[in-house]
Design a protein around this ligand. Sequence first.
Ligand code: GRF
Length: 207
Amino acid sequence: MNGGKPFRLGVLGSGKGSNFVALADAIAAGTLPAQVALVISDVADAGILQHARSRGIAAEFLPPGKFRTKLDEDAEPAYVRRLQEAQVDLVVLAGFMRVLKSDFLRAFPQRIINIHPSLLPAFPGLEAWKQALDYGVKFTGCTVHFVDDGVDSGPILGQEVVPVLPGDTAATLHARIQQAEHRLYPATVAALACGRVQVAGRQVVCR
Ligand code: GRF
């Protein structure tokens, strides 16, 4: 809560939306004191939009423009405007496959978070579970971090460790990491919603 007002989330995703579902389920269960004000996707038929609509949550496809890995100069202000109009307190990236540039970051200072499927700073970037498997690590996991202007490089809010088991494939390891994500993301957003997070540079304490 936010001085008595609900803590409003704007969720951005490009894919199937299992982390959005975990957040929505935690809100429904009463363990996450927040509400999803808006879901936006850069993919018209993304599962995340369907999950949101089936829960009666506002969900919009906003065209990303001409680039493959970022929003173009028309799309970025449109995303920012919609999130501001929805009066979101926190922008939650849940499988959003585009890098956010500085104007977007400046619009929501220290109010954009992401979940990444590895124990950062190991294995930033794409298919982090496959990178971990190929490297041969025995433990990997997931990380929730603030978004800065680097790739998966912002201050870390929380992590959960996941073992790599003999016989794991990329698919089985990713599935196990996602189970951890579905615990870590709602718990971390709840800490932010309740004002239980203190930030001093890269040092973040979630109580
Ligand atoms: C998650 O594995 C997350 O770590 C990564 O993108 C994936 C999104 O999955 N950033 P989903 O759409 O929430 O199921």
